[in-house]
Design a protein around this ligand. Structure first.
Ligand code: E4P
Length: 218
């Protein structure tokens, strides 16, 4: 089970890396814009900066929507750093791009997955990761976690090596549900990961241990 952080914020990535349990980072154009990163040169530098903080895969998303554009952008992104995974939307051109990039041994993350059928096409094209969006399905009263379960079952039934990267994971309960559904990876804000630590009995137990120690030791 891998934990990725879903942000382009370097401070949060450092904080997650310092925890010692971080396996990678996902970004998207909206997350890059949120940090005010603009211009091709700055965007590429930012991806390299992220790679230098984290030990693990870093998803960098293509902007092009045509096949040739996705390929050339994907190759450029992959050449930036060995940890870069090229993130490609699940469209017809995206599936072709995943197939092409996989044939060149470039890791891919097929994103914006909202159905088992999309995940199947991405897996057949050789995607390293598929990213079903849990929170965005929940937002429209569909069941995001059920989709994770269905894709995990499909991968196991057919023996696909593609990893299920549960995305749009918004809070700690989503994390727990993704773990129970058998996701290979979750990508979430840091707060959803640190939320896993919280338990009132841990706090109560620790307070009691310290109080008992202090009774005798001052
Ligand atoms: C996936 O990789 C996306 O970056 C992300 O998880 C989307 O999350 P959101 O629906 O909270 O924007």
């Amino acid at each position: 089970m891998k934990f990725f952080i879903d942000t382009a914020n370097l401070d949060q990535i450092k904080e997650a890396q310092d925890l010692g349990i971080l396996d990678g980072v996902t970004t998207n154009p909206s997350l890059m814009a949120k940090e005010g990163i603009k211009g091709e040169k700055n965007i590429k530098k930012h991806y390299v900066d992220i790679c230098e903080i984290v030990d693990g895969d870093v998803s960098a998303e293509v902007i092009a929507t045509d096949f040739e554009g996705m390929i050339s952008e994907g190759m450029e992104l992959a050449a930036l750093h060995p940890q870069i995974v090229v993130k490609v939307p699940c469209t017809k051109n995206g599936i072709k791009a995943v197939k092409y990039l996989s044939s060149k041994d470039i890791k891919t993350n097929c994103t914006l997955i909202f159905s088992v059928g999309q995940a199947l096409l991405a897996a057949k094209a050789g995607a390293t990761y598929v990213s079903p969006f849990v929170g965005r399905l929940d937002d429209i009263c569909a069941d995001g976690i059920d989709l994770i379960r269905q894709i995990v079952d499909m991968n196991s039934y057919y023996g696909f090596e593609t990893q299920v990267l549960a995305a749009s994971v918004r809070h700690t309960m989503h994390m727990v549900q993704c773990i129970e559904a058998g996701a290979d990876v979750t990508t979430s804000p840091l707060s959803a990961i640190t939320g896993l630590l919280n338990h009132p009995l841990t706090d109560k137990g620790l307070a009691q241990f310290l109080a008992d120690y202090n009774k005798l030791n001052g």
